[in-house]
Structures are given as structure tokens and as C-alpha cells.
Design a protein. Structure first.
Length: 191
């Protein structure tokens, strides 16, 4: 199975693309859906991240947990994957890379570049785009710029710019995420 490497988005441009139907054909920092997190993180790191994030999904059955990596990557400032807590193989169900931007226009420019490339290769995916107010900002100053590609299986790829107001004390930036249907269905069951 040919891997589509999201690294090319930021460095080399896209290679000759074929139409993709399966999100497992994509990588972020070399990581794909279906890989084992043990190939990228130590077991100690995974278990430490479980403990740190023990309350992150407290409103759920906590079937899944996120494992984060901060810095030391080629293109992204941060990266996270979601795995099942009770899976001894720690199979990856989502992978998301984040890049911090000080200027929302730089983020939106990169988002547009990525979306244009995905639009060509993801022709069998439904594309949706919208802007909404950030739910944690009661002032309405923070915005989320969404572009989602969804296949018939409910898998999705998202390219999202977060334009966060200073009072939220979080950096604005770009998220590029690959999210399996199984994870989405689990999380949507609690929202």
C-alpha cells in the first residue's frame, strides 16, 4: 500500500498523487492509522501520557487516550495519537500534527495550500468547509476555520486553523489530523 506522506505538504510539495480512498495511506511525521504507538514511543512514555491525560475524556468510558510528543519533529511543533488504553499493541486510531502560528493569515495560507492538494487526491471524499466561533471563548473573538474531508466509512482528514484571542492564553495554529471512523464514532457517542 502506497503511503502518502503529509511531510511533502510542507517541504517538497506533493509527489505524483493518485486518488486515495483509505486514510491509512497517509502519514504525519511517518505515523499512520493502524501503526503501533510502540514503534514511535516507549511503553513508559505511553503510560505516562495515560496518567497525565487521565481526566481528558472523563465524560466517556475512557476507552481511548491521547499520547503526545512535543518538539523534536521535522515539520510539526506537537503531535498526538489516540490509542485504546487496554490494547497491548497500542494501535493508532488518530494522528494529528500541530504547527503554531503567530499570524492567522499565515495559518490560513498554509491551510489553503494543503486543502488544494487534498482536494486533488481525495476526490472520493466529501469536502466541507466552515468557520465558527470557538466554544471556549465567550467574547466571540476566537474562530475556528474548518476544512474536513470525509469518506464513506466515516473516516476523516481535517485541516483546521485556530485563531485564538490572547485572553485564552493558548497559541493559534494549524492542526492536520487523520481520524479513524472507530475513534470518531466513539467520541460522537458522548457529544
Amino acid at each position: 500500500m502506497m503511503k502518502f506522506i503529509l511531510i511533502f505538504i510542507f517541504t517538497l510539495g506533493f509527489q505524483s498523487w493518485i486518488k486515495a480512498d483509505d486514510i491509512r495511506d497517509f502519514e504525519i511525521e511517518g505515523i499512520s492509522i493502524g501503526d503501533s504507538a510502540l514503534d514511535y514511543f516507549t511503553l513508559e512514555h505511553i503510560l505516562k501520557e495515560f496518567e497525565i491525560g487521565k481526566d481528558e475524556y472523563s465524560y466517556t468510558d475512557q476507552k481511548f487516550a491521547d499520547v503526545y510528543k512535543y518538539g523534536g519533529m521535522d515539520l510539526y511543533d506537537n503531535l498526538n495519537v489516540a490509542v485504546k488504553r487496554k490494547d497491548s499493541k497500542y494501535i493508532i486510531y488518530t494522528v494529528t500534527g500541530q504547527i503554531t502560528y503567530k499570524n492567522i493569515n499565515d495559518c490560513l495560507k498554509k491551510q489553503k495550500e494543503i486543502v488544494n492538494k487534498f482536494t486533488i487526491s481525495l476526490q472520493n471524499f466529501k469536502k466541507d468547509k466552515w468557520v465558527e466561533k470557538h466554544p471556549r471563548d465567550n467574547t466571540g473573538k476566537s474562530k475556528i476555520h474548518w476544512v474536513i474531508f470525509e469518506n464513506k466509512n466515516n473516516d476523516k482528514i481535517e485541516v483546521v486553523c485556530f485563531d485564538l484571542a490572547k485572553h485564552l492564553k493558548q497559541p493559534s495554529g494549524l492542526d492536520v489530523g487523520i481520524i479513524s471512523a472507530e475513534y470518531r464514532n466513539w467520541l460522537q457517542g458522548y457529544n
